[in-house]
Design a protein around this ligand. Sequence first.
Ligand SMILES: NC(=O)c1ccc[n+]([C@@H]2O[C@H](COP(=O)([O-])OP(=O)(O)OC[C@H]3O[C@@H](n4cnc5c(N)ncnc54)[C@H](O)[C@@H]3O)[C@@H](O)[C@H]2O)c1
Length: 356
Amino acid sequence: MNAHRIAAIPGDGIGREVLPVAQRVLDAVASRHGFELSWNELPWSCSWYAAHGAMMPPDGLDRLRDADAIFLGAIGQPGVPDHISQWGLLIPIRRAFDQYVNLRPVRLLPGLESPLRDCGRFDVAIVRENTEGEYSDVGGRFATPAGDVAVQESIFTRRGCERVLRFAFDLACDRGGRLISATKSNGIMHTMPFWDEVTAEVAAGHPGVDWRRMHIDALAARFITHPEDLDVVVGSSLFGDILSDVAAAVSGSLGVAPSANLDPTGDHPSMFEPVHGSAPDIAGRGVANPIAQVWCGALMLEHLGHPEAAADVLAAIEAVTAEPALRTRDLGGRATTEDVAAALTAALPPTSPLPH
Ligand SMILES: NC(=O)c1ccc[n+]([C@@H]2O[C@H](COP(=O)([O-])OP(=O)(O)OC[C@H]3O[C@@H](n4cnc5c(N)ncnc54)[C@H](O)[C@@H]3O)[C@@H](O)[C@H]2O)c1
């Protein structure tokens, strides 16, 4: 049987609760479609940091290199500064494996309500640059006679901007043909005008795409005032990160927002993880919404070349969100993580052949 090697990193908090749910659903759908997922579970996390003084072992990246994909829950735990957990695990993986596209599809799933009064159709793909930009380690803190100073540099390369913008414009061609590029060239005087220039160059090669640029502040407001107008939105690391949380909130909850860290060349493993974090406020209580993690699994199956299996997982998600009794607390319901897990597995389309 065709087996894909998946490195699974549950991480911290609710990551450890929602990742096993997704594994159950994916194993069930895989066996119906005649392939296997061979999980290599890795305990790297903030707890691992507490015991070992690092988020992963020194050969951690080498141990991930041969995986067909990486499936991650969430990282972060009170007591470990977030910059240590992010820069000790997530960011090194994204950069070492050149996962330069962070694709974050968001839509209003059947049955779910947006907190917006008049949210019609909401179906957006956010394409976030994932290897450079504002998330840089260039800078430092300095004591000066006038007091302490912190300097943080952003790095925007032509290669880095071009490749993510090309991905976004190509995606717009495959979707509704509309794209908005997030900028802030009125306030940020070097990197953002450069980003805008490269956007215009890439746009020239995609005459079929109806595109515009918008300042990030106005664009964030547009997610609230005209969510139905949005199709593909592309932005730098920081802007894409912020907009995806706004988009997740418009779609009902962070608990249903997936993301894929892609190396579109296929030279390295890509990584699939929810937009949400480890949610320490609800961790350990069995109430986390597993849908974002399961949707990440669907993105992973698609990436591994199993679009029909991915479509089955999405159909199961849609069947579950349509049922009010199966809503977790973040969606205003009372269902537990386990209730949703069982319902998702039961909702896998019956048209698929049954497991052997
Ligand atoms: N990729 C990642 O691993 C990642 C992403 C974001 C934040 N974090 C980390 O997670 C920790 C907590 O961060 P935060 O509180 O800012 O963001 P968070 O996403 O963990 O939680 C924000 C809010 O959303 C709720 N929520 C999130 N996911 C949910 C789910 N699946 N079901 C139900 N409710 C859910 C939480 O209960 C919380 O109220 C921090 O350490 C942060 O650094 C990690």
